[in-house]
Design a protein around this ligand. Structure first.
Ligand SMILES: Cc1cc2nc3c(=O)[nH]c(=O)nc-3n(C[C@H](O)[C@H](O)[C@H](O)COP(=O)(O)OP(=O)(O)OC[C@H]3O[C@@H](n4cnc5c(N)ncnc54)[C@H](O)[C@@H]3O)c2cc1C
Length: 293
């Protein structure tokens, strides 16, 4: 379908962009990569009066690896992340997870800010923000504020962003080099949205026991979440085959899935368990056993 009739503006500064959002009082939409917004406009799921094109705002597509964390400008694309030389060392979990986002053409245009603002429950980046405890920096008429990652995504395509605010930066905490991690995803085809995924990481104490484990999953209907029950189970344990099997079973039990057009709730639960199992095995450096036939 053709796009609805709308106006278009390309502001030169963040302040100017916010000015347009304020002036249109909820009837303006920011556009960054356009990879989620354009389909929504074409399907007439949205009909704003004006598009505010922020894609060429200067200084918002940098990746800064600093001693206090890793900062992504909101206009950083998936391709920028993929091509960044230092990121695989600075945040290997993030670099690995982003490889699963979409297809080549979309990866060239889609941005981290757009993904987070759109907040599809099956998207990798919002799941990483939640699991890793990143901070989201937003700018609005009152100036800048910082929102904790876990509080940013409220539900499916719902965030705590006000209609006249824009995301400017996402800040991930420092990643210790010895940290153990794993990311596993199941999608119908490579680049499709995840049906289920798990991101796990933990540090090790002197006795090789897991310290501060984080287990984030994609697969619940509303948004990616951390499975605190699984995290509590893993804390203080050596991550061996027996512990992984129990964590898998617990993950399956506590994940809140529902039937949808893609799959049944039961199958998705089983997938979530398997993704947790594989991610933990990768983190612990344990080879998977032979597949039963
Ligand atoms: C076929 C297909 C497959 C895909 N597969 C995946 C996948 O596997 N995983 C995945 O994560 N994504 C996937 N995507 C989505 C893709 O990653 C999008 O690029 C991304 O979700 C949105 O980024 P964007 O820059 O294109 O945002 P846009 O489409 O420009 O905007 C999306 C929304 O965010 C708002 N917005 C944009 N930037 C900002 C900002 N800085 N501050 C506040 N609001 C903002 C817009 O107003 C709009 O509401 C897929 C898309 C397609 C079309």
């Amino acid at each position: 379908m053709k796009l609805p009739d709308l106006d278009y503006i390309r502001p030169k500064t963040i302040k100017e962009a916010i000015g347009v959002l304020v002036a249109y009082n909820g009837e303006a939409k920011l556009i960054a990569g356009g990879q989620s917004l354009m389909p929504m406009l074409a399907f007439r799921l949205l009909a704003p009066e004006i598009l505010v094109d922020i894609s060429r705002l200067p200084g918002l597509n940098q990746i800064d690896i600093r001693p206090n964390g890793i900062h992504f400008g909101a206009l950083t694309t998936w391709r920028d992340i993929e091509r960044h030389a230092g990121l695989k060392n600075a945040h290997p979990l993030l670099a690995a997870a982003i490889c699963h986002v979409a297809h080549y053409q979309i990866r060239n245009r889609g941005t981290v800010g757009g993904s987070l603002a759109h907040s599809d429950p099956a998207s990798e980046f919002p799941a990483l923000v939640t699991t890793c405890g990143a901070d989201v920096v937003v700018y609005g008429p009152g100036g800048e504020r910082t929102i904790k990652g876990a509080e940013f995504v409220l539900g499916a395509m719902t965030t705590s962003l006000d209609p006249d605010e824009m995301i400017t930066e996402i800040r991930f905490p420092v990643w210790p080099t010895a940290r153990r991690w794993g990311f596993e995803e199941f999608a119908r085809r490579r680049g499709d949205f995840a049906v289920a995924a798990a991101a796990v990481f933990y540090d090790l104490d002197a006795s090789n026991r897991a310290v501060d484990p984080h287990v984030g999953i994609i697969g619940e209907a509303e948004r990616a979440i951390r499975l605190t029950q699984v995290e509590e189970f893993l804390a203080g344990r050596s991550i061996d085959r027996d512990v992984i099997a129990k964590a898998k079973a617990l993950g399956e039990e506590v994940a809140q899935t529902s039937d949808d057009i893609h799959t049944s709730a039961k199958y998705r639960k089983a997938l979530i368990g398997t993704m947790i199992e594989r991610a933990l095995a990768a983190a612990a450096g344990i080879q998977r056993g032979p597949v039963a036939t």
